[in-house]
Design a protein around this ligand. Structure first.
Ligand code: NAI
Length: 318
């Protein structure tokens, strides 16, 4: 059976070009009603225009699809979601994709470079999601895809502002996955790599032409579908390839042999190789799982009454 989005309403932010446009076109071609949001500003977030969103809406309509434009900044999430509610009566899918770049090395990063990048990527995703959330909760259904970046996972020279915002989206999405679980709301992350105006001077020219946004759109469309089983996943996609990231934690080591010992910096130095040795590490998938596992590691110290207290404190903290 083909993947369809009939009777589903999607908001795609920053859908006037690049990846967002490819997402909007694909969802609409599969039956979704789409709000094409785009502020229409420059790559670094200056100015605004209705042109980009209007062109994508025309393209969708010319192909027989359903779409309306919204020109608000994602910072005004209520207005973006209101466009979906006013025109289509509901909201099922949010793809937080809008983005800008203000690359500077850390010492040259002005407050405004930091703030605007955070306002668009992180705060914008928050504003749009929060506006959609009560509607999704009420209908017990929602699909949210947030957009991170390898810069958010690994950092990147000249992108302290952007990588911090993109890493923020990882934590944000994981919490949405937890809070949405009982309400049929799933939230995942896409880590794309594609040719767009954001990457035209970053990606090597020989790669650029092959990295079409259209190759990522099917991955994101599946992540928005009701049958997609994942929530809280980080999916990377580029040039016809897709894969998943996960966290790994080393086995680590206890820093004391019993609780009466003091931990000194010298002891940490002595055991550093064991702390950072990833051989045999595990792959925690949740806050609770990671903490319970930690409690298990501390069980070696259980003979002491103090350790029972520590474990009790930990258990009540999670
Ligand atoms: P793009 O520049 O073609 O698309 C971004 C769109 O967002 C633009 O049309 C822009 O007008 C819009 N936008 C900017 N600020 C806005 C605001 N405040 N409100 C509403 N719309 C706004 O860039 P691209 O590459 O398609 O980027 C899409 C997303 O993917 C961004 O979040 C970007 O950070 C992310 N990304 C892209 C990668 C790539 O390889 N192209 C790599 C990693 C992440």
């Amino acid at each position: 059976m083909s993947i369809r989005f009939d009777n589903r309403v999607a908001v795609v932010t920053g859908a006037g070009g690049g990846l967002g446009k490819a997402y909007a076109l694909l969802l609409a071609s599969r039956g979704a009603s789409v709000v094409v949001n785009d502020l229409g500003g420059s790559r670094s977030g200056e100015g605004q225009s209705s042109k980009a969103a209007d062109e994508v809406v025309s393209e969708i309509r010319n192909k027989g699809g359903k779409a309306v434009a919204n020109y608000d900044s994602v910072e005004n999430g209520e207005a973006v979601i209101k466009t979906a509610l006013d025109n289509f009566g509901r909201i099922d899918i949010v793809i937080n994709n809008a983005g800008i770049l203000r690359d500077r090395s850390i010492a040259r990063t002005a407050d405004s470079d930091w703030d605007l990048v955070h306002r668009v990527h992180l705060r914008g995703a928050f504003q749009v999601t929060r506006a959609a959330w009560p509607h999704m909760k009420k209908q017990k259904y929602g699909r949210i895809v947030n957009t991170s970046s390898v810069a958010g996972i690994f950092g990147n020279f000249g992108q302290a502002n952007y990588s911090a915002a993109k890493a923020g989206l990882l934590g944000f999405t994981n919490t949405l996955a937890i809070e949405g679980e009982r309400s049929g709301i799933q939230a995942n992350i896409i880590v794309p790599m594609a040719a767009s105006r954001l990457t035209q001077d970053i990606l090597p020219p020989e790669l650029f032409d092959g990295l079409k946004p259209e190759l990522i759109a099917p991955v994101v469309a599946w992540m928005c579908h009701e049958d997609c089983p994942d929530t809280g996943s980080i999916i990377e996609a580029a040039g016809g390839w897709a894969g998943k990231y996960r966290w790994q934690r080393s086995q680590g080591t206890l820093l004391m042999d019993d609780l009466s010992e003091n931990i000194t910096p010298e002891r940490v130095r002595e055991r550093w190789a064991q702390i950072v040795d990833m051989q045999g590490g595990d792959f925690p998938t949740s806050n609770q799982g990671a903490t319970m596992d930690l409690v298990g590691k501390m069980e070696k110290l259980t003979s002491s009454p103090d350790s029972t207290q520590i474990q009790g404190d930990l258990m009540s903290a999670i």
